[in-house]
Design a protein around this ligand. Structure first.
Ligand code: MG
Ligand code: MG
Length: 254
């Protein structure tokens, strides 16, 4: 069931979104060769404590009964697509890292992700990051009341494939509100006439995951980390977006 938010609820979601954006900005500034993903996780944990926010990824139940997610952030490096576990891994020049981060603040969720280059990266990899962020914005630019949800999905897929990249299908965006994951599913591919009609008061977390090579993915033995099937690099960007009378409002704008 898709839950329609009142304007007062959107105000509270805006606060949650702003906090997520602020923390991602802090983390982005700290991404340099030599830092570990665990250090980034500790920074995010500390910011949550400072603002009285609940880090919603921490202890998130495993979908197939494995161990709960151990991090505050998801830290996915290079060929890792999403759900990378932060820890001792050191970032090196030429790596890319996607950081996905979500909170519950005052009863409402915010969820956003960025992919950041560590120092200088290969030009093809820099282009992947640029195209993935632009694909997200293409999707958001279709988030108008009266449109079909499929128009968001289709715009993302078209843009990514036009640049020769491949869209992950096994993982998708989602509605967001009092829960981080609500209906509807927001695929990053598919026909424009698919899915529900968008309505004012819907809030969506739109999050393309785009690979240089095959769109196929695998889960590693740590039970969480999703990697590309061919080892190629993958990028991920996400915003929480409210559909308002004036069009899409990005709640997690940095
Ligand atoms: Mg996320
Ligand atoms: Mg999400």
């Amino acid at each position: 069931m898709i839950i329609i938010k009142t304007p007062a609820e959107i105000v509270r979601m805006r606060a949650a979104g702003e906090l997520v954006a602020r923390v991602l900005k802090i983390l982005e500034a700290r991404i340099k060769p030599g830092i570990t993903t665990g250090e980034l996780d500790a920074i995010a944990a500390n910011e949550c404590k400072k603002y009285g926010a609940i880090p919603v990824f921490k202890n998130y139940p495993h979908p197939r009964g494995g161990r709960p997610f151990p991090g505050v952030i998801c830290a996915s490096v290079n060929n890792e697509v999403v759900h990378g576990i932060p820890g001792a891994r050191i970032l090196h020049e030429g790596d890319i890292i996607s950081i996905d981060f979500g909170v519950l603040l005052d009863g409402y969720a915010g969820d956003s992700a960025i992919t950041v280059a560590v120092g200088q990266v290969d030009p093809e990899v820099a282009k992947l990051i640029k195209v993935t962020e632009a694909a997200l914005l293409k999707g958001i630019s279709n988030a108008y009341a009266g449109n079909k949800l499929g128009q968001i999905s289709n715009a993302i897929q078209n843009y990514a494939e036009k640049h020769g990249y491949h869209v992950v299908r096994e993982y998708v965006g989602h509605g967001i509100g009092k829960d981080m994951h609500e209906d509807p599913a927001v695929p990053n591919y598919g026909r424009p006439d698919r899915g529900p009609v968008l309505k004012e008061g819907m809030a969506l977390a739109i999050e393309p995951m785009i690979n240089i090579g095959t769109r196929k993915v695998n889960v590693t033995r740590d039970e969480w980390t999703v990697v590309t099937g061919d080892g190629s690099f993958s990028a991920h960007f996400e915003h929480s977006v409210a559909i308002t009378a004036n069009g899409p409002e990005i709640l997690t704008l940095r």
